[in-house]
Design a protein around this ligand. Structure first.
Ligand code: B3K
Ligand code: ZN
Length: 879
């Protein structure tokens, strides 16, 4: 790591010394030598702390050709140049700066700034990539109007795109052409984008309620247009939803999406020109699973929603990242809930929140939703900023109600359209629009860690009252030893012994209350007394997961089964099944650790059997209730973990289900495996999900009957969801080679399908998986420079293959460390993401703990490590 790289502190924020009114950029695009000419119309910021400050521009890996100040070329002694800055002293109050730089996009493997992928040009500027294109005030609170002219070879780059509206084009010498774009909206540099290349497009139109027509264009490489229809349908759905739910319309004449196969993350919301990972655009039933289709719909919506929450109103500084990300995740989750099943959406979101965000919040990288410091901002695009951030936004909606939340949003846009603001500004809009005090609520932004609620219930028969005592505490996190109590919305219901919902009337209330309500927990210990109850009720707590907390209530097994069957809240029904399954897995793990057999209680088997038999239930919900808590979730629930034992216990439980519930599982599978041609709609997706969960459980037992089911499904499927579900199971059984080869033969030319093939092998429990992963790194479809490939093969092995990654000879850890060091030189962001597989080393049993620590130390000692990887590894070691 470069020694000059110091942590940036939130409290050090100062307004910029200069502002930029207008930027005029001209790119002469050539693969290894692109010329960038920039003309900045600037003025001093009246809010600046130092009215005589020098003009300091950010810049990295640039070759500076010339600088002019108000038309006068500067000699090299008139400015100062360092690795990451260009300093111009003695600048007046308003000034025109003209800079020419050269960059090498072909050599840019970091995929930040301007780079080449498959012969086409792309940019990625968030968070600080623009400074790799030209010298600039590369910070989100400097918002300017951009004009961009692109010049390139006509034949190689027929399509030239940038933000805003296309205002002119023409021909030039040497077979070149130019296109000029003007973006009428002020924006920070992180939202700048350009694309140039040989691309084809799918086009459509959308009519806004105010009567404007928006052109919709999706650009992909030739041959892929037939895979863009779902993405196009998703844009239109998202536009309509935002108009109806939040009264927000799109503001430019054209909305463009471009798909690229080399991309660090999912997608990027550049103004008017979103750039997407191909994974979140390209899909047809033969190549994409139902989960892929859902992912596309929600990422397309997410990026579109950023146009208001992120672009029109942006972040003052990067510590406020959750202002746009938490809010936009909340918006995309609400969209998915409204166009699909709300309960299923909620359960899936909560499941990943618990698996990944709770783990992050309990480990060495724990940070508040609004962090206080960072070495490398790209490390803070985290589960906490995104998913916990979205839970924080959701809590406003839970506390204020749907209408109150809408009032807050309206006020937020009225006050801040066109501005760069803070999380406090958002909270103030919510509070002011509803005239409520949200001061204590601010702790959700500043305190890290997952609050723990412990709830007790006491029934007083004489008094006919039921008292709930709620205690909250929050564990210490790095730099935050002591926490104050949070303001927590706790949604709940009470059921009578027959499963009927009871009216919830708090002591002092005159009228009987509703059967579900939200309590506001504000103190370390809070008590709520419900009156007029004829018998001891069964509480249904944290309905709809009303706050991102862990809740502990001493349910008996019988009560959990009761809630699974009767709760009127679908989330709570699933939660009861999930709690019961977690309980039996923990007990199984403890038993296995003592050398005793793993037992699955009869009571649980019976409850699952009943679910399977009940054809009136939503199959998607039954599928979710049937799925055991993941290995990741279980890992977090245990101490001194032996990951191999954990994985084995989970398999033993699945085998038991496969044996004891063979009849009902098979019957359900056969009922849903109806041979109907593929359809993509909610009902068909739900049926496939339950069918394939049943199949996966049945496949945990060897035997010819199940093999035949798997092979038949693999061979006969007319869609990727079913084919992949079968292949995934086949890959864990004896002799999967034939099917894996067949799959690769069929799909060798489809990069996204080959990613699935890599992952299936990377997560295999079969002996020899690790050798296979090494062999696959040499496969022609693999490239260590492509982030999707790294995630599909190396990431999947290190994060999802518990048995082999945690092998006791230390092979997996050494393999991961080698790859992290290798990747760090190619693409630091991807290296740092992979390094997260070492975060939880202190939770392991002593032998593996020592092995992992050794590898972390080895990485930390590598000279010239990027700030990205250094930050993750050093924090992991500090715990
Ligand atoms: N805003 C981008 C993420 C940028 C990540 C930079 N390292 C995508 C999104 O959240 O919509
Ligand atoms: Zn986002």
């Amino acid at each position: 790591m470069t020694a000059s790289r110091l942590a940036i502190q939130r409290l050090d924020y100062t307004p910029p010394d200069f502002l930029i009114d207008m930027v005029d950029l001209t790119f002469e695009l050539e693969e290894s030598n692109t010329r960038v000419a920039s003309r900045l119309v600037m003025k001093r910021n009246p809010q600046a702390a130092d009215p005589a400050a020098a003009l300091v521009l950010h810049g990295e890996a640039l070759l500076l050709e010339s600088v002019k100040l108000d038309g006068r070329a500067l000699a090299s002694h008139e400015y100062e140049l360092s690795d990451d800055r260009l300093t111009l002293p003695g600048v007046g109050d308003s000034v025109i700066v003209e800079i020419v730089t050269r960059v090498n996009p072909l050599a840019n493997t970091s995929l930040m700034g301007l780079y080449v992928s498959n012969g086409n040009f792309f940019t990625q500027c968030e968070a600080e990539g623009f400074r790799k294109i030209t010298y600039y005030l590369d910070r989100p609170d400097v918002m300017a109007k951009f004009t961009t002219t692109l010049i390139a070879d006509k034949a190689r780059y027929p399509v030239l795109l940038s933000n805003g509206n296309r205002v002119g084009e023409g021909h030039l010498d040497r077979n070149r052409h130019w296109v000029k774009w003007v973006d009428p909206f002020r924006k920070p540099s992180y939202l700048f984008a350009l694309v140039a290349g040989k691309l084809v497009s799918l086009v459509d139109k959308h009519q806004t309620p105010s009567g404007r027509t928006v052109n919709l264009e999706i650009y992909v490489e030739p041959g892929n247009v037939d895979k863009c229809h779902h993405a196009m349908a998703s844009i239109k759905k998202a536009m309509t939803w935002d108009e109806q739910r939040f009264g927000l319309e799109y503001d430019l004449d054209t909305y463009m999406i471009v798909a690229v196969s080399d991309f660090n993350m999912g997608a990027m919301e550049n103004k008017g020109l979103n750039i997407f990972n191909t994974k979140y655009v390209l899909a047809k039933p033969e190549t994409a699973t139902d989960a892929d289709f859902d992912g596309i719909e929600s990422v397309v919506a997410h990026e579109y929603f950023h146009n208001w929450t992120g672009n029109r109103v942006t972040c003052r500084d990067w510590f406020q990242l959750s202002l746009k990300e938490g809010l936009t995740v909340y918006r995309d989750q609400e969209f998915s809930s409204d166009v699909g099943s709300r309960a299923v959406q909620r359960i899936q979101n909560v499941r990943s929140l618990r698996e990944y965000q709770f783990a992050e919040d309990a480990g060495p990288q724990a940070h508040p939703v609004r962090p206080d410091s960072y070495l490398e901002i790209n490390n803070f695009y985290t589960w906490t900023v995104y998913e916990k951030g979205s839970e924080v936004v959701r809590m406003y909606a839970t506390l204020l109600g749907r209408e109150g939340f809408r009032k807050g949003m309206d006020l937020y846009f009225r006050r801040h359209d066109g501005q760069a603001v803070t999380c406090d500004d958002f909270r103030a809009a919510m509070a002011d629009a509803n005239q409520v005090d949200l001061a204590q609520f601010a702790l959700w932004y500043s305190q890290a860690g997952t609050p723990q609620l412990t709830v007790e219930g006491a029934y007083d028969a004489a008094d006919r009252t039921y008292t709930l005592t709620v205690r909250q505490r929050c564990p210490a996190t790095p730099g935050q030893p002591v926490k104050r109590p949070f303001h927590i919305p706790l949604a709940l219901g009470l059921l009578d012994q027959r499963g009927q919902p009871l009216p919830l009337t708090l002591r002092g209330e005159r009228e009987a209350g509703p059967t579900s309500r939200v309590l506001e927990v504000r103190d370390a210990v809070s008590r709520f007394v419900f009156t007029d109850l004829a018998e001891r009720p069964i509480p249904s707590l944290l309905r709809d997961f009303s706050a991102p907390v862990k809740l502990d209530y001493p349910y008996t097994d019988d009560e959990l089964v009761f809630l699974m069957a009767h709760d009127e809240d679908d989330f709570a029904r699933w939660e009861a099944a999930n709690t019961y399954a977690l309980r039996l897995l923990r007990e199984g793990y403890a038993a296995a650790g003592r050398g005793e057999p793993v037992v699955v209680p009869e009571r649980y088997l019976e409850a699952i059997g009943k679910l399977l038999a009940n054809e009136r239930l939503d199959p998607a919900l039954v599928a979710l209730m049937l799925e055991l808590p993941s290995e990741q979730y279980l890992f977090e629930a245990l101490d001194e973990v032996d990951p191999a034992l954990l994985a084995q216990v989970r398999i033993t439980v699945l085998e038991t289900l496969a044996r004891e519930l063979r009849g009902p599982l098979l019957a359900t599978y056969q009922r849903l495996n109806d041979g109907e041609p593929y359809r993509f709609d909610a009902e068909a997706v739900a049926r496939r999900s339950l069918k394939n969960v049943c199949l996966a459980i049945l496949a945990e037992r060897e035997g010819p009957m199940v093999s035949e089911l798997l092979v038949n499904q693999y061979r006969r499927a007319d869609n990727m969801t079913d084919r992949l579900a079968a292949l995934r199971c086949l890959a864990q059984r004896e002799h999967p080679e034939e099917y894996l080869e067949d799959f690769a033969q069929t799909w060798q030319d489809d990069a996204l399908v080959m990613d699935k093939w890599f992952t299936i092998q990377a997560v295999s429990r079969r002996p020899g998986a690790r050798t296979r992963v090494e062999q696959l790194m040499a496969h022609p479809a693999f490239s260590i420079r492509n982030p999707n490939k790294v995630r599909a093969l190396i990431g999947a092995f290190c994060q999802q293959n518990l048995q082999h990654f945690h092998a006791l000879d230390g092979y997996g850890y050494a393999f991961a460390a080698d790859r992290i060091v290798e990747l760090d030189r190619i693409n630091p962001q991807i290296a740092a993401r992979l390094a997260a597989c070492f975060n939880r080393w202190t939770k392991l049993e002593p032998q593996r703990r020592a092995l992992m620590k050794q590898e972390l130390e080895r990485i930390a000692a590598v000279p010239g490590l990027s700030a990205d990887t250094y930050e993750i590894v050093s924090k992991a070691l500090q715990q």
